[in-house]
Design a protein around this ligand. Sequence first.
Ligand SMILES: C[S@@+](CC[C@H](N)C(=O)[O-])C[C@H]1O[C@@H](n2cnc3c(N)ncnc32)[C@H](O)[C@@H]1O
Length: 316
Amino acid sequence: MHRHFLQWHITHECNLQCLHCYQEDRHYAMPYAEMSETLDKYEEYIKAEGFEGQINLTGGEPLLHPDFFRIAADIRSLGIRLGILTNGTLINEDTAKALAGLTPVFVQVSLDGSEKVHDHIRGEGSFKKALKGIDHLKTQGIKVLVSFTVMQENYREFRKVAAVCASHKADKLWWDRVVTDDAAQYITTDQFKEISGSAARLAKKYPFISNTRALQWIPEGGCGYECSAGKRLLIILANGDMMACRRLPFVIGNIGQVPRLQPMLKSNDIMKKLAAPVFPKGCKECPHFYKCAGGARCVTYAQTGLLNARDVNCYL
Ligand SMILES: C[S@@+](CC[C@H](N)C(=O)[O-])C[C@H]1O[C@@H](n2cnc3c(N)ncnc32)[C@H](O)[C@@H]1O
């Protein structure tokens, strides 16, 4: 059974204001009645497709939503897998216990550097609070993923974040490049090569490091990467807007106006375009093309406006 992922931004409100955040509107939370209808439509969709569903609740900061625990419990009562993406700063002992009661497959906490750099990106005091959150989650036996978003501010911080993850017993550390219209935050190809090499070496010491995103297989020669946009991924924002990928700027409809997801997703031109195989110029002769397929389309599109192009940071 194939797994399908719904990345659901239930609120756009946040207690932090991160430098790189793609969320512009910060004042909208989806009301419970709309969340309930959305969940019904998603359940019907995965049943119709024969998918195993996984809903990753995110935001903004999802724990700020007044009905977070209610909708999370609804998700679990339908037998749908639950992941939670949070900045970790609001997780105390009681919250961690309540989260454990939901039996999530993971809780992801963002760490974007060691204390000074993380706080510069995410706000004063946020690093220490996030680490406390991680510790509470681990005490409750919850699997903790750490997400590191790479940009100019922090591309040399990966080693330090890996050491922090080791000392706080995180289960997984994964990283990916920022996608923003602030061109000053993009990392160069040399910098990408540097962090990729460092991450591959560190993965030998820290097996919890996951180098599975676009092009990250290059130093290890490992398995490839396939962008799931248009295939087994759907994004729903707090205002109901749906996207194929949160990092590609295409709204494909609004869940409130769609009676059933399956016909809409199957007939949508953007979904079809993204699901189709890509053959970027300059990649066809590459012996690694079969396991790369052009790399991260979102990163390349943000920097070039091209969807069918070679990854901007490819150094092969
Ligand atoms: C949008 S946040 C929401 C959850 C939570 N508030 C947090 O900070 O993790 C989820 C993840 O998206 C990442 N993110 C935000 N803006 C991004 C961007 N422009 N490009 C790439 N990742 C981004 C964050 O760094 C974080 O790891």
